[in-house]
Each structure stands twice: as structure tokens, then as C-alpha cells.
Design a protein. Structure first.
Length: 256
């Protein structure tokens, strides 16, 4: 009869533990590596919601934070994208630069690299990349929008408004550009013009809670507290988890 010593049994058991233990803990660790991290899209990325592909134009930001995972898919808020189609934020600049060396006329790569520079507060570099994208395609409304945001974040509101105007001429049904121009009008204390733009954004998308919230702020600045309260309440109904809307409504109610 073959007899196995206790030492050999012990060694065999320890071997199994060393092999199997990493496998049992792989999935949770992998999920944690994705959730909460910032990523940008790779070329050809597709976005899906409820099994239906979402147009790229409806993904308002190409720089996103993962909220949950499901197998090979990442949830980025309003849609899902496959892991293989994203690049970590800290590697995005190298990815887009390498892409541009191969495809120097890619407005997509210039725009995304510009968004990367904006995320790093490198607004001058961002503007240069958006300049390149506009030179390649002067009829790309999103490029003007993105460059306008860079101007806005630099505090150069007049330049931002000029770019938003061009963007709206090209894409008159883009709620995001109206919302962005409304914020610029607000900064230069043109509250009536800000209200007009936020109202237009709401007409395009009645579920655009951001526009309700910002229009409420503009109404508050001109003393229309009742209208401000109504807008903050509408924003809360659309997104009941946004604490900013509650806080702003509370401030107005304290003034009444």
C-alpha cells in the first residue's frame, strides 16, 4: 500500500492554498481597481444603455469616473462602455499623442487630448489642441464648445462667449453649449441673458436639471425668489440626490 507522509500532505495542501487563494480574491480586487477611477475613451469606443447603443454626442464628457462594473463593462453614469475601450487618465495624453503621430489629421484625438489638458488645468495647451481640431474641421460645434470651456476656466469670459456663439451657430440644438454660455453670461452679471440661455437648454431637454439649478441662481440674483424656488424644486424632482439644489433652495427660502 502506498503511504504518503504527513510532510508531503502538508506541502501539497499549502501548494493548493497558494494557487487557489489568489484566484478566489481576483474578482473583488479587479472591481476595486476600476470603480472610482478616472478614464478616457479609446478610438472606436461604443456606449450602451439597456442594450441599445448610445450616440457619442449624448455622452457629455469623454473624461469619466467609473461607478460600477459588470464583467467586461464599466458604468460611467448614463451609459456603459467596455473596459478594453478606455484608457486610464494618467496614460491618456501618451495615448492620444501616439495616435496623432499616426493620424495627424484626427480632430477626435486633438479634442480628447485637449480635454485631458483641461483636466490637468493646462488650459493653454488645451486651447492649442482645440485650435487644431477647429482648423481640421471648422464646422465642429463641440470643438468651439470645448475651447469656450477652457477660456471660461481661465476667467476669459468674453472669449468663451464668442466660442459658444460659434458653437451654437453650428449646433443650435446642443443643450450643453446653451448651458455653458448661460454660465458665462452669469459670470459677467448679464443675468437676463443667462436666464434666456438656460431656458433654451431646458426647452431642448426638459430633464436637464443643471439648467434648472443655474436658472434658479440667476432668478435669485435679480430678486425673482419665487421663480428661483420653483426652478430648484424642479431640479430636485429630476435629481433628488443632488444636495446642491436643496442647499440653494434653502438659501432662497431663508430670504423670504
Amino acid at each position: 500500500m502506498l503511504r504518503i507522509s504527513d510532510d508531503r500532505i502538508y506541502i501539497f495542501v499549502m501548494f493548493l492554498i497558494l494557487i487557489l487563494l489568489p484566484l478566489t480574491s481576483l474578482s473583488p480586487v479587479a472591481a476595486e481597481e476600476w470603480v472610482g477611477q478616472k478614464f478616457m475613451e479609446k478610438q472606436g469606443a461604443k456606449y450602451v444603455l439597456a442594450g441599445v447603443e448610445v450616440p457619442r454626442d449624448e455622452i457629455t464628457s469623454k473624461l469619466f469616473t467609473v461607478s460600477e462594473t459588470n464583467g467586461d463593462w464599466l458604468c460611467i453614469g448614463k451609459a456603459w462602455v467596455k473596459k478594453k475601450n478606455v484608457i486610464p487618465l494618467d496614460k491618456a495624453e501618451a495615448y492620444y499623442s501616439a495616435f496623432l503621430k499616426q493620424y495627424p489629421q484626427s480632430k477626435w484625438a486633438y479634442k480628447n487630448r485637449g480635454l485631458f489638458w483641461g483636466s490637468q488645468n493646462e488650459y493653454d495647451r488645451a486651447i492649442k489642441d482645440f485650435d487644431e481640431a477647429i482648423q481640421i474641421d471648422p464646422k465642429d460645434g463641440s470643438a468651439y464648445h470645448n475651447r469656450g470651456v477652457a477660456w471660461y476656466l481661465m476667467g476669459r469670459y468674453e472669449e468663451a462667449i464668442t466660442d459658444y456663439n460659434k458653437g451654437i451657430q453650428i449646433a443650435p440644438n446642443d443643450k450643453g453649449i446653451y448651458g455653458a454660455r448661460g454660465m458665462a453670461w452669469f459670470k459677467v452679471k448679464e443675468y437676463d441673458l443667462a436666464i434666456k440661455d438656460f431656458t433654451k437648454a431646458i426647452q431642448i431637454d426638459p430633464e436637464f436639471d443643471f439648467a434648472y439649478r443655474k436658472r434658479g441662481q440667476a432668478y435669485y440674483m435679480i430678486g425673482s425668489n419665487i421663480k428661483a424656488i420653483i426652478d430648484f424644486t424642479d431640479a430636485i424632482q429630476i435629481d433628488p440626490f443632488n444636495e446642491v439644489s436643496y442647499f440653494q433652495r434653502g438659501l432662497v427660502l431663508c430670504d423670504n
